[in-house]
Design a protein around this ligand. Structure first.
Ligand SMILES: Cc1cc2nc3c(=O)[nH]c(=O)nc-3n(C[C@H](O)[C@H](O)[C@H](O)COP(=O)(O)OP(=O)(O)OC[C@H]3O[C@@H](n4cnc5c(N)ncnc54)[C@H](O)[C@@H]3O)c2cc1C
Length: 447
């Protein structure tokens, strides 16, 4: 009898950890494990602000998927899933297509940047969700310093040294906090530029930064940003963008050459296209992570609205911690559906959140206990080293930190990502969507 095939879509926190769990829980030969992923690595996103800020090497936050020893990796993008015929369609990097059948389907495609109806946003803003974007943003900031250094004092020079970040969640707050220090350190190479030439502006429509953290931590993060000279504009929206100016809802206009958009995500388009019930763009699932009416289909992470049993009536937030733990829960429940072990609902015990603000500053709430400053920094570093999979990656990241402390941060521009590839959303799809003139390679036989 052929082995049942479990197909996992996406190798982020949810997908990667469900496969690690399945490899552990299923006896050898019990099932065929297939992972469809756009990349051959799992990306540890919480360290992306440090990649952008030159304290961690880009490759060190990429965990090789080939380390999943019992899993067959298909690199490509799932473009559709047919729950009736139990197949998914996969588009490969060469443009070719394949059909892959499954007995259990685990959907973990994460989220995509939420594009609001802001004129000019698509054209002129940059996103921050991938390692490609982190590398690009570092280069872009350095390129603007380089250009400003060659300009006379005046409006154009000021615009080149003005950086706007929208969204004060984890990604935006950590990014601006880390980049502020990065630029301060890079300025040593630009004798004609002084710290007072540089403006970092954080725009947030809510009333605070990191509002999901306990108030003491949120206030601490705001105080750190302000003490570093970051202009934090709360209760403010971006109304309109032009190639050289951000128009804000408080009536001000900010001439700038870089705007980074981190104001929210929505579920992957893949789950939207299934025609199943959604909750604000995320696929509705039960507490066992199965899709109602489809007991062989599971969904988790940012793409799924998983009931939060600790807070009846609400769903789990879109965090790495939830996605990782849901991955383990999905593994247990998928294995149980094949007769190995018992299914259990997903129930979250909060280990606390951490936010690294660069330098000696951080905010953390390990097991609900709020800490700030150097003790929080130690907790944050320890948490990342615990949560980052793979001894090799951990050692590399720890070495990056040690070398950074000893030698200072790396402020070179790698120049790997062209402007055209780094537009908002484009980098999230890099290497997948063939350009329009590309004629697709022939379909491959079904597997
Ligand atoms: C810069 C940044 C910093 C963050 N910091 C933190 C933090 O400090 N703490 C925290 O808890 N959370 C943080 N987050 C949020 C966290 O990254 C997400 O909540 C988490 O990654 C969700 O996990 P996931 O598995 O659902 O999705 P993801 O980790 O996004 O993984 C989804 C994967 O599926 C792939 N994929 C998508 N569609 C397809 C398809 N059709 N076919 C094949 N593959 C597909 C994607 O390329 C991706 O690799 C941060 C996010 C960002 C962007």
């Amino acid at each position: 009898m052929p082995k049942p095939r479990i197909v996992v879509v996406g190798a982020g926190f949810g997908g990667y950890h469900s496969l690690r769990g399945l490899e552990r829980l299923l006896p050898p030969g019990a099932a065929e494990l297939v992972l469809v992923s756009r990349t051959d690595y799992h990306l540890y996103t919480p360290l992306l602000p440090q990649v952008a800020a030159g304290t961690v090497n880009p490759a060190d936050v990429a965990v090789p998927l080939r380390s999943l020893r019992r899993t067959r990796l298909w690199t490509g993008q799932v473009t559709g899933a047919d729950l009736g015929s139990r197949t998914v369609t996969v588009r490969h990097h060469d443009g070719g297509q394949s059909t892959l059948s499954w007995d259990r389907l685990v959907l973990a495609p994460g989220s995509v940047t939420r594009i609001r109806d802001v004129p000019g946003l698509r054209e002129y803003a940059h996103g921050f969700k991938t390692v490609i974007e982190a590398v690009y943003l570092r280069d872009r900031v350095l390129a603007q310093l380089e250009r400003a250094d060659g300009l006379p004092d005046g409006p154009e020079r000021q615009a080149c040294t003005t950086f706007v970040v929208v969204g004060a969640g984890l990604a935006g707050t950590e990014y601006v906090a880390q980049m502020r220090l990065f630029v301060a350190s890079a300025l040593r190479a630009y004798p004609r530029l002084r710290a007072e030439h540089i403006r970092w502006i954080l725009v947030e429509h809510g009333h605070g930064v990191l509002e999901h953290l306990p108030p003491r931590l949120s206030h601490h993060a705001l105080a750190v940003l302000r003490s570093r000279g970051v202009e934090v504009r709360l209760s403010t929206l971006v109304d309109r963008l032009t190639p050289d100016t951000a128009h804000l809802s408080d009536g001000t206009t900010v001439p700038c050459r870089l705007l980074v958009w981190t104001a929210g995500v929505t579920g992957s388009p893949l789950v939207e296209d299934l025609g199943l019930p959604l909750d604000r763009g995320r696929l509705t699932v039960g507490a066992d992570l199965a899709v109602p009416g489809h007991p062989d289909v599971f969904a988790l992470g940012d793409a799924a609205a998983v009931p939060d049993l600790g807070r009846p009536g609400s769903v789990c937030p879109q965090t790495a911690q939830h996605a990782m733990r849901q991955g383990r829960a999905a593994a247990r429940n998928v294995a149980a559906s094949l007769g190995h072990g018992r299914a259990r609902p997903y129930r979250h015990r909060d280990l606390g959140t951490v936010a690294d603000l660069g330098g000696a500053q951080a905010a953390a709430a390990p097991l609900g206990l709020p800490v700030t400053g150097p003790p929080a920094k130690a907790v944050t570093g320890g948490y990342h080293l615990y949560a980052l999979p793979g001894a090799g990656n951990r050692l590399r990241v720890a070495t990056d930190w040690a070398l950074n402390a000893l030698l200072g941060r790396n402020t070179v521009s790698l120049g790997l990502v062209p402007d055209a590839a780094a537009g908002l959303v484009r980098a999230e799809q890099l290497g997948i969507d063939p350009p329009p003139e590309h004629s697709p390679a022939p379909s491959r036989p079904p597997a």
